[in-house]
Write a protein that binds this ligand. Structure first.
Ligand SMILES: [Zn+2]
Length: 205
């Protein structure tokens, strides 16, 4: 699937799973969902003739940075909370970076598309900043779920060698765009819902 599809579906899944009722909760869901939704495809960066995978990784980094920035300038506390324990933050980022580099060296739909990678990345995320873990888990799971529909198999149970897929569709244009639009619309609706709930609660309705 296209990177943009994984990003919108990952974010939408994270928002639906966590049902945030505050701007802070929305920001946490977006960051966890975007990162979880796209990170597995860093295993195709070296063989990415259309540049889509690289675009996806850069887009995810950009959305994460922008969300953190907006949260900070609007008075949110994510960055400050993350900095409360610098040792844990640096340890989590280090483990995350090591896993990311290992992922880049692996064949496509191997290690990064496995339950093992999901578990190891989750440990890194919990150490880095625990509130990201639920949206990250759901974002990552949405990536594996979408790719399972594909006709080219993935090693879900790595290091076991079996490749699994449901043979339902190739990463074709129509299915891709339809999923991307669904993910985008659900993301926008969930963000509006979260912000309206926050205003309602804040206004005492
Ligand atoms: Zn993938």
């Amino acid at each position: 699937m296209m990177s943009k599809t994984h990003i919108t579906i990952g974010t939408a899944t994270a928002l639906v799973a966590t049902m945030p009722t505050t701007p802070e909760g929305c920001a946490i869901a977006v960051i966890g969902g975007v990162a979880g939704g796209i990170i597995a495809d860093n295993d195709i960066l070296d063989n990415d003739y259309l540049g889509d995978a690289l675009l996806g990784q850069l887009l995810a980094a950009g959305i994460t940075a922008l969300t953190l920035f907006l949260n900070h300038i609007l008075g949110g506390g994510i960055i400050n909370s993350m900095l409360e324990s610098k040792t844990l933050l640096i340890s989590g980022i280090t483990i995350f970076a090591i896993l990311y580099i290992i992922g880049m060296t692996q064949p496509h739909r191997g290690f990064t598309h496995s339950i093992l990678a999901l578990a190891l990345y989750s440990v890194a995320v919990i150490i880095m900043y625990e509130p990201f873990i639920i949206p990250f888990l759901f974002g990552y799971a949405s990536h594996l779920g979408i790719d399972l529909l594909n006709k080219s198999g993935m090693k879900l149970f790595f290091p076991l060698p079996y490749r699994i897929c449901f043979h339902l569709c190739y990463a074709d244009e129509t299915a891709n765009k339809a999923l991307m639009i669904v993910g985008f619309v659900v993301t926008i609706l969930m963000l509006i819902n979260g912000l309206l709930l926050h205003i309602n609660i804040w206004a005492g309705y």
